[in-house]
Design a protein around this ligand. Sequence first.
Ligand SMILES: [Zn+2]
Length: 85
Amino acid sequence: MSNKIFLSCEEANHTCDKTQYNDATLWEKIKLTLHLAYCVACRKYTKNNTKLTHLIKQKSVKLDIKEKTKMQSVLDKELAKQNNN
Ligand SMILES: [Zn+2]
């Protein structure tokens, strides 16, 4: 399993498919949500699946504070790396 936080579109679509069968981990769903935040193409792809959109909304709400803090620190680190390029 890949540790990087930014998914390629191919990976995002694969994760999208996995979530439909409840086969994706929470971390994979978080990464997918992040990808959708900046990738218009994949937003269009997932928009065709209302079930998934509903799932992401549900999970986002249910993220507890510990997960959010962890996610934020990882994201900050990755963004800092990107800015150094
Ligand atoms: Zn994408």
